[in-house]
Design a protein around this ligand. Structure first.
Ligand SMILES: [Zn+2]
Ligand SMILES: [Zn+2]
Length: 351
């Protein structure tokens, strides 16, 4: 099999040819049909997260070291399965849930495998989708493609799941009653706007520094798109929301977006941070009780939430995401384009 492998942090991926693995036990071997390129892959590629104030969290500190075959938004067709892999059919297409835990600890048993301290994440801890074949450890992590195309379905393993789970943290009672603020209009932002629409949301006010991305957000159905670096962005946001916002979802996660997101909240409001761009935030503590705001950090979503969002997509209620399709061989160029902000929509590698 062919894989594009990160052999050293910060270096381009290199093509490796290795024997195609034979699935054992409950394992399933997929032939990759589509593999999304995610912003978090850039952090994995760099080997660190910016913590603000010049501090960094390295992936080595978290026990993540090369060689890594990245790619955690994977759709593929079943080539072979181990003798204990039940309920899947050879040749059928599936999307894989990549946020796999140990399966036995108290966190995994509570249904939060994505938070397991002994993670087996596809594309991080285990070889992922930047390859022509991928091993998935158990059929329970597979959702059938049905009539969905692999390219359309794959993004829901990360960007779709993450934004869906973030909207759940905000809560239907809030997002169906009033517009919410979405910070960032890249792949995640557009996904969030479309999912909000599919879930019957009142509307999204999107903030992004890039004019092209603001255009894309409006085209995706946002009710307003604001430049956070324009003069008094808060005024434009309040005008669109008819007051302070009850919730903000930060898909960027920089000092600037965190400041804007928390500043814009109404009393009792909630700021959900998903993005990992990096930075820090200074908070005036008395304002937390006085304003009664909630700040919630969130990483991807549960396996149950993955099935929920896939059911929603399979129902046809979610408008398709704009995709930028590239052959797998162009993975390095695609990572650089994503880093430079030149990708409008979700970058999707195909065999
Ligand atoms: Zn991702
Ligand atoms: Zn676990």
């Amino acid at each position: 099999m062919k894989s594009y492998v990160l052999t050293a942090f910060g270096k381009p991926l290199t093509l490796a040819e290795t024997p195609t693995p034979q699935p054992q036990g409950t394992e399933v071997l997929l032939k990759m049909l589509a593999s999304g390129v995610c912003h978090s892959d850039l952090h994995l590629h760099d080997g660190y997260y910016e913590l603000g104030g010049g501090k960094r969290l390295t992936l080595s500190d978290r026990g993540i070291n090369p060689p890594i075959t990245m790619g955690h938004e994977i759709a593929g067709a079943v080539v072979a399965a181990g003798p204990e892999a039940k309920g899947i059919r050879a040749g059928d297409g599936y999307v894989a849930y990549p946020w796999i835990g140990c399966g036995t600890c108290v966190v995994c048993r509570s249904g939060n495998e994505q938070l397991c301290n002994d993670a087996h994440t596809l594309g991080i801890r285990r070889p992922g989708g930047y390859a022509d074949h991928v091993i998935v450890p158990h059929p329970r992590y597979l959702y059938p493609l049905g009539r969905l195309s692999p390219q359309a379905a794959a993004p829901y393993a990360c960007s779709g799941l993450t934004t869906y789970a973030a909207l759940k943290r905000v809560g239907a009672a809030t997002y169906t009653a009033q517009p919410i603020l979405i910070l960032g209009a890249g792949g995640l932002g557009l996904m969030c706007v479309k999912l909000l629409k599919a879930l019957g949301g009142k509307g999204a006010i999107v903030a992004d520094i890039d004019a092209g991305k603001r255009e894309a957000a409006l085209a995706a159905g946002a009710i307003a798109a604001v430049d956070p670096r324009a003069e008094k962005p808060g005024r434009a946001i309040r005008a669109a929301a008819d007051g302070a916002v009850a919730a903000a979802i930060d898909l960027v996660g920089s000092s600037e977006t965190a400041q804007l997101g928390t500043d814009m909240l109404a009393r009792g409001g909630k700021y959900v941070i998903v993005g990992l761009m990096g930075g820090d935030l200074t908070l005036s503590l008395p304002l937390l009780p006085i304003r009664s705001i909630t700040i919630e950090g969130m990483l991807v979503g549960t396996l149950a939430e993955f099935r929920e969002v896939m059911d929603l997509v399979a129902s046809g209620k979610v408008e398709p995401m704009p995709l930028v399709e590239r052959p797998l061989a162009r993975v390095n160029e695609t990572l650089e384009d994503l880093r430079a902000g030149r990708i409008y929509g979700r970058a999707m590698l195909t065999p």
